[in-house]
Design a protein around this ligand. Structure first.
Ligand SMILES: Cc1cc2nc3c(=O)[nH]c(=O)nc-3n(C[C@H](O)[C@H](O)[C@H](O)COP(=O)(O)O)c2cc1C
Length: 194
């Protein structure tokens, strides 16, 4: 089983990467393979709204980083989205990914069905819940299996590494990882081949 984590931050290896890795640590302890994709390494343009992806299972525009990320989302058993809070919501990079993946999956129903998923946000002070909700909205109309923890999935920090001082947020990320691993194991036989 494999979970991909997508870091929507423009700052590679920053706080969002750190909290995604906290979730990964628990998944890996349970034997789940992980891969981190950092959108800081990729250009992803917004959706052009052409709907030419109908029946094609990926975007027709292959001149940026989107299609390779979409292929990995389709191949994975689980998807973990992470974004820093920018302007009280997800980053523009994450929003562009959600627009394009959302349309590809909408016009090709079932593409992401039954994948285990969760969203996390790194936030300095305000907008964490809105960012988590934005990513959850993507999951919830694609028939995906959304995993929760004991608090909403935001961790507080500004400078790189600050998030590791948010003890409650760190504990919540670890519990989220264990809950994802639990659901992956429970659904593995039923949805093998997803
Ligand atoms: C463009 C930009 C906008 C931001 N907007 C907010 C905001 O609205 N609310 C907030 O609490 N923090 C905001 N922040 C701070 C980041 O969310 C915070 O530093 C976060 O830990 C960055 O994660 P990263 O290291 O993964 O990029 C903003 C940062 C940037 C660069």
């Amino acid at each position: 089983m494999k979970v991909i984590g997508i870091n929507g931050s423009a700052r590679k290896d920053g706080n969002t990467a750190l909290i995604l890795r906290l979730v990964f640590d628990e998944l890996e302890s349970a034997g789940v393979e992980t891969e981190l994709i950092q959108l800081a390494d990729l250009e992803i343009a917004p959706c052009r709204g052409c709907f030419s992806c109908r029946g094609k299972s990926n975007c027709v525009f292959q001149d940026d980083g989107f299609c390779s990320v979409m292929e990995k989302m389709i191949a994975a058993d689980g998807i973990l989205l992470g974004s820093p809070v920018y302007s009280a919501d997800v980053s523009a990079k994450m929003k562009a990914l959600l627009e394009r993946a959302g349309v590809v999956a909408a016009v090709n129903p079932g593409l992401l069905k039954h994948k285990v998923c969760a969203a996390v946000a790194a936030v300095r002070r305000g907008g964490g819940l809105a960012a988590v909700d934005t990513m959850n909205h993507f999951f919830l109309n694609k028939e995906m299996l959304l995993v929760g923890s004991t608090y909403w999935n935001m961790v507080y920090g500004r400078e790189i590494g600050d998030v590791l001082s948010d003890a409650e947020g760190v504990a919540n990320m670890k519990n989220l990882g264990r809950n994802m691993a639990w659901l992956l194991e429970k659904t593995a036989a039923r949805y093998s081949g997803r």
